[in-house]
Design a protein around this ligand. Structure first.
Ligand code: FES
Length: 205
C-alpha cells in the first residue's frame, strides 16, 4: 500500500504567471549548474547560459580563477558574448566597442575620456561588468544570482557527503547537452524524471 500524494494543480504546469514567480523565487535564488569544469580550464575560456531568464557569462580570468558576470555591456546593455562557448583575450562589445578585462573592469570606451583628474568623463570603477557569484564543486561549476544566499558548500549540505560514496567527477569531460523541447513546463520534465512508477512496474513484472 502506498501513500497517495497529490500533484500540483494542473494549471501550474502551463501558467506563464506561475513560471515568472518560479524564476524569481526559485531559480534566481539558488545555485544553478552552469558548466562542467572541463569547459573552463584555460585563461579566457568562457561559457554563456541563462539563469532565471538572464544571460550570464562564466569565464576563467587572468589569475586562472572563475569569474561570472551578467552578459550585458554597461553602455547600452548589448550582449557581450553571443556564442555559448569560446575563448577570448578580453570582452569587446559588438555594438560600440567598449572593452572589458577578464575581471570585468572597463578598459576602453571609444569617444569617452576615462578617469579624468577633473572628474569629467567616465570613472572606470563605476562601469565594470556586474558580477555574479560563482563557485565549483566536484568538477561542476555553479552560479548564483542571489548575493545574500548561502555559500555553495552550505547549499549542497549533505550532497557532498553522499557524493563521496560515488566515483569522483574529477577528470571527466563534459560530453554534450541534451535538450528536450516540447509544449510543457519545466516541472513536467522534472516530475517525470523523479517518477519511479514505471521502474516499479519493471520490478514487479
Ligand atoms: S552597447 Fe556596448 S559599447 Fe555600446
Amino acid at each position: 500500500m502506498h501513500n497517495i500524494v497529490e500533484s500540483l494543480p494542473s494549471w501550474w504546469y502551463h501558467s506563464a504567471q506561475v513560471f515568472k514567480q518560479e524564476q524569481e523565487k526559485i531559480f534566481a535564488k539558488q545555485w544553478i549548474f552552469v558548466a562542467g569544469a572541463s569547459d573552463l580550464k584555460n585563461r579566457g575560456d568562457y561559457v554563456t547560459t541563462e539563469i532565471a531568464g538572464r544571460s550570464i557569462i562564466v569565464i576563467v580570468n587572468d589569475n586562472n580563477e572563475l569569474g561570472a558576470f551578467y552578459n550585458l555591456c554597461r553602455h547600452r546593455a548589448s550582449p557581450l558574448c553571443p556564442k555559448t562557448q569560446g575563448n577570448i583575450p578580453m570582452f569587446i562589445c559588438p555594438y560600440h566597442s567598449w572593452s572589458y578585462g577578464l575581471d570585468g573592469s572597463l578598459k576602453g570606451a571609444p569617444g569617452f575620456v576615462l578617469n579624468a583628474e577633473d572628474g569629467t568623463g567616465l570613472n572606470t570603477g563605476d562601469y565594470g561588468l556586474i558580477k555574479i557569484r560563482v563557485s565549483s564543486w566536484n568538477n561542476l561549476v555553479f552560479a548564483c544570482l542571489d548575493e545574500n544566499g548561502p555559500s555553495l558548500e552550505d547549499w549542497l549540505g549533505d550532497i557532498s557527503v553522499i557524493a563521496e560514496r560515488f566515483p569522483s567527477l574529477e577528470g571527466m569531460v563534459f560530453e554534450r547537452l541534451l535538450e528536450n523541447e516540447g509544449a510543457m513546463n519545466w516541472k513536467t520534465y522534472s516530475d517525470n524524471s523523479a517518477e519511479g512508477y514505471h521502474c516499479l512496474r519493471c520490478i514487479e513484472n
